[in-house]
Design a protein around this ligand. Structure first.
Ligand SMILES: C[S@@+](CC[C@H](N)C(=O)[O-])C[C@H]1O[C@@H](n2cnc3c(N)ncnc32)[C@H](O)[C@@H]1O
Length: 467
């Protein structure tokens, strides 16, 4: 019997399989099981040849020493990733989106008229364009809305195809003739998406294994809805929780996350609540108690301006300042004033008068104690004395210009006084400090809330024009 045609590329030795699959998993999350050795070998030898590397060793060193967004990685990932996708994929989820999820988001944001949607792992764009089409279908006054649809992928080749908005017949296997007729025109080499839909989506490269999200820089923060379907299913199981956690942190208050059915099966995502619709399980962000207390302090749901930071009696931040400081907190000014310590210890229990006295005493000993000024500010705000509160929060900032919660409190206090410009100024200053921090750093005075949740909160206040 004649021998079967040998593969056109040499075989991949077990050592090579191990080191390349480990490197790829570390950089991209994608796991190659032994049974996919042939696919990995083909992808590697072809990409190595295109990169001008005769030996796999040279190619390994190239990959290992360059960023995951380098040409070598881009080219390799174009050959190794599975880009299978089509419009209106998963009928159950599409119905849930059209009938429940998008209408709920629209209702919630109707006053501000902004929507933030993200398709993570968008491949050739059918998924984000489906979102754009759905919005056009259900939002009669769409022209009056400020809509951001972000679509990202690790594979730059598919992103370039997506930007063209040209699709093959295979992409339409779940699309009704009516939608095809209204949103596509027959063109050379495929069906062309009408420009008004094509222009609704912003494509960008983003590797879900990197810590570039959530962030205002990648425009991934404060999302109303994230679709990340059929992506982490290719990842090593141990890496999936990290991605889920980061995606959850990209959601704004009440935000929604959709995975594929296989990816959601039995999955628990901390901070998100599963919600069941006919034919779809989706996840929804639970509000943290701190954010709720901040939002509750707003004059009313209908009002577009929050009141000054005013922890309700019995609902004060449990640790108004240094007690919650991380060990490595850098501010010498915060480390210095030991006099504030008794105030921290008693915040939960002490009557307001006692706290006032403790702060005054601490300030008599150290007039530059930022925490004491801040606590006095909270006590004034609690009593509706906005002007005094503002004065105290400002004093806290004179003592420590990077005191984030003083900026946040000023943002709210100025918003409550209808001084929008000043409120925005402090929102920006707080966001600038938070964006430069490790997202998981607990923020002093914020009851254990971390840099990124506070950033979400500020972003939600500003992007939704709540200030
Ligand atoms: C099967 S497609 C899914 C497309 C679409 N979400 C859907 O469900 O129809 C998977 C996509 O995930 C992308 N991907 C794989 N690893 C990724 C990573 N680490 N970061 C971002 N995207 C990744 C691939 O390039 C591919 O385009």
């Amino acid at each position: 019997m004649p021998a079967a045609n040998p593969a056109p590329w040499p075989r991949l030795w077990p050592d090579d399989f191990m080191r390349f699959s480990r490197l790829i998993e570390k950089r991209t999350g994608i796991r190659f099981e032994k049974r996919r050795t042939r696919q990995l070998a083909q992808g590697l030898y072809e990409a190595a040849a295109r990169a001008g590397c005769e030996e796999l060793d040279t190619f390994y060193n190239r990959l290992n020493s360059t960023a995951s967004s380098s040409d070598a990685w881009n080219d390799l990932m174009a050959g190794l990733t599975v880009g299978e996708t089509y419009f209106f994929r998963d009928t159950g989820q599409m119905m849930a989106l059209k009938k429940h999820i998008l209408p709920a988001i629209i209702e919630k944001n109707r006053d501000k008229k902004t929507l933030r949607l993200w398709s993570a792992g968008c491949a050739t764009g059918e998924e984000p364009f489906t979102l754009a089409i759905l919005l056009c279908e259900i939002l009669p006054d769409i022209a009056r809305w400020d809509i951001s649809i972000l679509a990202t992928d690790i594979n730059i080749k598919v992103l370039n195809l997506a930007r063209q908005g040209r699709f093959r017949e295979w992409s339409f296997r779940e699309t009704s003739p009516d939608i095809r007729r209204r949103y596509f025109t027959a063109g050379q080499g495929g069906h062309l998406l009408v420009p008004r839909i094509r222009d609704m989506v912003h494509f960008a490269q983003l590797n879900l294994m990197e810590s570039t999200y959530p962030s205002p820089v990648s425009r991934t923060q404060a999302q109303d809805l994230i679709l990340c379907r059929n992506v982490v299913i290719y990842f090593a199981a141990t890496l999936q929780p990290r991605v889920m956690d980061s995606l959850a942190r990209c959601l704004g208050p009440d935000g929604w996350l959709l995975l594929s059915a296989a990816e959601s099966a039995g999955l628990v995502i901390p901070g998100l609540k599963p919600q069941v619709f006919e034919g779809a399980v989706v996840y929804r962000k639970k509000e943290s108690s701190f954010m709720q207390s901040l939002q509750k302090s707003s004059p009313g749901k209908e009002s577009s301006r929050p009141s000054p930071a005013r922890p309700a009696p019995g609902n004060r931040p449990s640790k108004p300042f240094a007690a919650g400081l991380p060990q490595n907190h850098q501010s010498p000014k915060e480390a210095a004033p030991q006099a504030a310590a008794p105030v921290q210890a008693h915040w939960d229990k002490a009557p307001a008068q006692e706290l006032f006295e403790q702060c005054e005493k601490a300030l008599a000993e150290n007039p530059l104690c930022p925490q004491s000024h801040f606590t006095l500010g909270l006590l004034h705000a609690e009593r509706g004395r906005a002007k005094e509160a503002i004065r105290c929060f400002k004093q806290a900032l004179y003592a420590d210009k990077d005191f984030v919660m003083a900026h946040v409190s000023l943002m709210q206090a100025f918003a409550g006084e209808d001084q929008k410009e000043l409120a925005l100024r402090h929102a920006k200053l707080a966001a600038g400090i938070l964006a430069a921090m490790n997202p998981r750093t607990p923020i002093p005075g914020a009851s254990g809330e971390t840099a990124d949740t506070l950033l979400h909160f500020i972003d939600a206040c500003t992007t939704r024009k709540a200030l």
